[in-house]
Write a protein that binds this ligand. Structure first.
Ligand code: FAD
Length: 274
């Protein structure tokens, strides 16, 4: 039987070294869980026809702690994040985000590397990694580089990643303070975020929003106002000026601005005394 997949030229990597050599010698687009890719295949909008299946690379599936740093392999799925004791302890807001991604099938196949590389401003894990200043580890056949999360995205669905590179891991330093995550969508499961926010309540609060700009964003003016002791109403007004959401199919810009301001107030109230 011929399917949309039949027209694709798919190679399967046997190991990370094999994958990186293939990307160097025979440029291809990596496929991990294929949850984003398959949507594009089905809609007929997938341009690259040459793909590299990296799903078998178990070396990218580890969650470990090296020194103080939490290292999450790029092929770690949402289900693995939800079940991981160390993630539950160190990054409870990533567990919450993972529980709200798609449904069980998507959680079983979707990976954090795919969420980050797909570069949708509505990606639910992105505000979490932005708020905690994670580091993305990229590897190619010629070496490895570490990119601060805040420098990874250069525009709408654009990143600094080269075609011969893979995301191999995300590194996270210990997070001090109470973590908070909220996703606003049309329903609890299978809904793309209208607004998604991750935040940490600490003397210097860290707050990141998705779906309010072409990329996930931190809101430094709002963070500074809160750390300087501004009232939450003043901080919410600053946030309203600081973000520039767009009108699209899912929501109006005005709705997104108002909901973002309300979410900031909710974050502040929920983490009071933390
Ligand atoms: C029904 C449905 C519901 C969904 N719900 C949500 C949701 O609620 N929240 C949300 O955020 N997302 C959602 N998604 C989107 C998707 O499931 C996630 O973005 C997922 O994390 C993608 O991971 P993947 O491994 O399937 O990526 P893939 O589809 O395999 O790849 C996506 C992109 O990332 C690239 N890529 C993948 N891995 C790597 C790597 N290691 N290095 C470099 N590039 C890489 C691929 O080349 C491709 O461009 C949903 C998708 C579907 C179909």
């Amino acid at each position: 039987m011929r399917t949309a997949m039949s027209q694709l030229d798919l190679r399967t990597a046997a190991s990370l070294d094999d994958a990186l050599a293939i990307l160097r010698d025979d440029p291809r687009v990596p496929v991990a869980g294929a949850t984003d890719m398959y949507v594009a295949v089905n809609f007929g909008t997938l341009e690259p026809r040459k793909l590299l299946d990296i799903w078998a690379l178990d070396e990218l599936r580890e969650i470990s702690v090296v020194g103080e740093t939490l290292v999450i392999g790029s092929l770690v799925t949402y289900t693995s994040l939800i079940r991981s004791a160390v993630i539950g302890k160190r990054l409870p807001m990533l567990v919450e985000a993972s529980q709200q991604v798609g449904g069980a099938q998507i959680q079983n196949r979707g990976t954090i590397g795919g969420n980050i590389a797909n570069a949708s401003p509505a990606g639910d894990s992105l505000p979490v990694f932005a708020a905690i200043d994670a580091v993305i580890v990229l590897r190619s056949a010629s070496g490895e580089r570490r990119i601060p999360f805040g420098e990874f995205y250069t525009g709408y669905r654009k990143t600094v990643m080269r075609p011969d590179e893979l995301i191999v891991a995300v590194e996270v330093a210990p997070v001090e303070g109470k973590q908070w995550f909220r996703k606003v969508g049309t329903r609890a499961a299978q809904a793309i975020s209208k607004i998604v926010v991750a935040a940490v309540r600490a003397p210097a609060p860290r707050i990141a929003f998705g779906s309010v700009a072409p990329t996930v964003v931190r809101v430094p003016r709002t963070e500074k106002a809160l750390s300087d002791g501004a009232s939450i109403d003043d901080a919410a007004r600053i946030l309203g000026d600081e973000i520039a959401p767009i009108d699209d199919l899912r929501s109006s810009a005005e709705y997104r601005r108002r909901v973002s301001m309300n979410l900031l107030r909710r974050f502040w109230a929920d983490t009071e005394g933390a």
